[in-house]
Design a protein around this ligand. Structure first.
Ligand SMILES: [Zn+2]
Length: 351
């Protein structure tokens, strides 16, 4: 073999190896490169091994050149290995770095439950008219829930409320405590403790032992209202509730009052607004009547006033009670009361 040819081969091998080395970017491909050139069957090793078949003179010069190439490649490999390691470190730290130009991740945002929203709306429409907000206990004595509201024991009107009783008996062995069936007990509680004038509303949760359907829940909210003073008449009741209806359902609402029966008022009325969906012409929402019932009301019964020590000859008052869920159902076109407490986010997110 000509020494010139071998030396040329060595030079082009060196060139090829260095060019390839510059393109490597990870430790694995660096190892592949090492095996290909410097490994036991690598290209350079093969050439160096063939030196033995040359004449002694050539053997010396080619061997020296070959060893130089080998040393160079080993040094370059070590240098490239350091570079690759540094690249790796930089790549990993850039993954951890914060890119301040990226848009922020949206935080999940909560909102008020539709019942809470309508309760706040109802309350603020009354506080704007000078009413105070008062809350009361959800577990109530029979005395406040019924008796002081002119509903004595064995009175047939008790059948209007299916009650959830607490296992608590009075001296006669009768159940005497229950989950309040309405917010009306606060009428008696407040009047017992306060002198007129009284103007307040009582928002709160009520409970009834009731099979549920599209219009009945076993627990729901009520807003009770009470105004007592000298000279209060049915005209005050109508004016106040008319203003309320206009604030909640729109300024051009008409209202209708009809006689109704509640044991703790006399006379009692039910109040309707003209259907805002069909403007009184009749539709599905108002069951073709053109009217939507929104609450019960009336003048406080003289017996209730006397029961808390007010002189019914001096003081008169009106009371009203409404279901905020029903108000929300009418206002937003919700057709099933059970949706309010079913905890279905698809429903709740609409409000
Ligand atoms: Zn209608």
């Amino acid at each position: 073999m000509e020494s010139g040819t071998v030396l040329e081969t060595l030079r082009s091998l060196e060139e090829e190896a260095l060019r390839e080395l510059g393109t490597l970017e990870d430790i694995d491909s660096l190892e592949t490169w090492r095996v290909a050139y410097l490994g036991r069957r690598g290209k350079l090793t093969t050439i160096l091994r063939s030196v033995g078949s040359l004449s002694p003179d050539l053997r010396r010069s080619v061997g020296a050149a070959g060893n130089q190439v080998k040393t160079l490649l080993e040094e370059e490999q070590a240098r490239r290995s350091d570079e690759i390691e540094e690249l790796e470190v930089r790549r990993r730290s850039s993954l951890r770095a914060i890119d301040v130009t990226l848009p922020g991740r949206p935080l999940p945002q909560g909102r008020l439950h539709p019942t809470t929203q309508i309760l706040r709306e109802i309350c603020s429409s009354f506080t704007a008219m000078g009413f105070q907000i008062v809350e009361g206990p959800e577990v109530e004595w029979d005395k406040y829930n019924f008796e002081m509201l002119n509903i004595p024991r064995d009175h047939p009107a008790r059948d209007m409320w299916n009650s959830l009783w607490i296992d608590q008996q009075d001296a006669d062995g009768r159940l005497s405590m229950l989950m309040r069936t309405h917010t009306s007990p606060m009428q008696a509680r407040i009047m017992e403790q306060t002198k007129p004038p009284i103007r307040l509303i009582v928002p709160g949760k009520c409970y009834r032992y009731e099979a549920t359907d599209a219009t009945h829940e076993w627990h729901f909210y009520q807003v009770e209202g009470l105004a007592v003073d000298e000279g209060i008449t049915l005209a005050n009741l109508k004016g106040t509730l008319y203003e309320f209806a206009r604030r909640i359902f729109g300024p051009d609402r008409k209202v209708r009052f009809r006689c109704d029966y509640f044991p703790f008022v006399e006379p009692g009325v039910d109040m309707s607004v003209d259907c805002f969906a069909c403007r009184g012409e009749g539709c599905r929402l108002c069951a073709d009547t053109g009217w939507l019932e929104i609450m019960g009301a009336g003048m406080v019964h003289p017996k209730v006033l006397a029961g808390v020590g007010y002189d019914p000859e001096v003081y008169t008052g009106f009371a009203f009670g409404m279901g905020p869920e029903r108000i929300a159902m009418l206002k937003y076109g919700i057709d099933d009361i059970r949706l309010f407490y079913g905890n279905d986010l698809r429903f709740l997110r609409q409000f």
